[in-house]
Design a protein around this ligand. Structure first.
Ligand SMILES: [Zn+2]
Length: 298
């Protein structure tokens, strides 16, 4: 489980997550190249923070379609901290950039970020927001989306660091959204702070918890007392964020049935079985002739 906290202060709302376990689980399932892992790890970390804005059974989807080798990434998140996702081309890779960072921008290329909010029974049409990728580094692209589509100034940092054997060393992120009418002095101090602190993975590698990182973000650098805060804040909720797929044998069965009896018979004749694999979690489901006898297919 990955620990996510969200909270509020006079001028902003904030989220901090240590998503190391979540991203490790995603890597176990999708077996990504180092660059794809960095890209997807950032997206799923963002998704788990953004999902906590949802209500009840709502589902949030973040989808990147692009012209780089990774082609497409999808992450869905629930309000309860459950996330899952898939990568169209998990083996897409790039040499490291000259500063030693994974070349996420190149593996993604140019494209669009879609944010889809499915509000279940309350609204049959899902909300869809689309924006063009700006840097293809993901954090800036999400900030741009929030600013242009939801008029919400947002600071977001996302990171994944790897061990020498290419396993996940740490992953995490923070997000700060200004509330309407936020004071200029707060914005100035926040901008200064973000410039002055280490990257999210450096903070996590240094042993900082999400709570400690939240405090770091609110510490007043101009004050002589290191315990002074720019403003008081409150942690509203602690959420265990997990990689969880809700697929089932029945769900896939219903999907296959929509192919129609004729098509089903054809596949069964050719292959003697119908096998499907969930692209979110890798679970394989196998169906035989007996599953599609006339009285079972309606
Ligand atoms: Zn699944």
């Amino acid at each position: 489980m990955s620990k996510l906290i969200r909270g509020i202060s006079k001028n902003a709302r904030f989220w901090v997550i240590d998503s190391t376990e979540l991203v490790s689980k995603a890597q176990e399932i999708h077996k990504m190249s180092p660059t794809a892992l960095a890209a997807f790890g950032r997206l799923i970390t963002a998704g788990s923070m953004m999902g906590t804005n949802l209500k009840g059974e709502d589902i949030l989807t973040l989808r990147i379609d692009s012209n780089g080798p990774i082609k497409q990434m999808v992450v869905t998140a629930s309000s309860k901290g459950e996330v899952k996702g898939y990568v169209a081309n998990p083996v897409a890779d790039m040499p490291l950039k000259s500063n030693g960072q994974p070349n996420v921008a190149e593996v993604i290329g140019q494209g669009t970020l879609r944010i889809i909010k499915d509000m279940g029974f309350r609204n049959s049409e899902p909300y869809v927001g689309v924006s063009n990728l700006q840097t293809s580094e993901i954090a800036e692209d999400i900030a741009y989306y929030f600013f242009t589509s939801e008029q919400t100034p947002t600071v977001i940092a996302l990171g994944v660091s790897l061990n020498n054997d290419m396993t996940v060393k740490s992953a995490g992120g923070y997000m700060i959204q200004l509330l309407p009418g936020a004071e200029d002095s707060f914005i100035d101090k926040l901008e200064n702070k973000i410039k002055g602190i280490r990257t999210i993975t450096e903070l996590l590698d240094g042993g900082m918890s999400p709570e400690r990182i939240a405090k770091l973000l609110y510490e007043d650098m101009e004050s002589e007392n290191p315990n002074d805060l720019v403003e008081e804040y409150e942690v509203l909720e602690e959420i265990d964020s997990i990689y969880k797929c809700n697929c089932s044998r029945e769900k896939f069965y219903k999907g296959i049935v929509t192919l129609g009896q004729e098509e089903i018979n054809k596949i069964l004749e050719e292959e003697n079985k119908i096998e499907v694999e969930c692209q979110f979690c890798g679970t394989k489901y196998k169906y035989g002739k007996e599953d599609f006898e006339e009285n079972k297919v309606n």
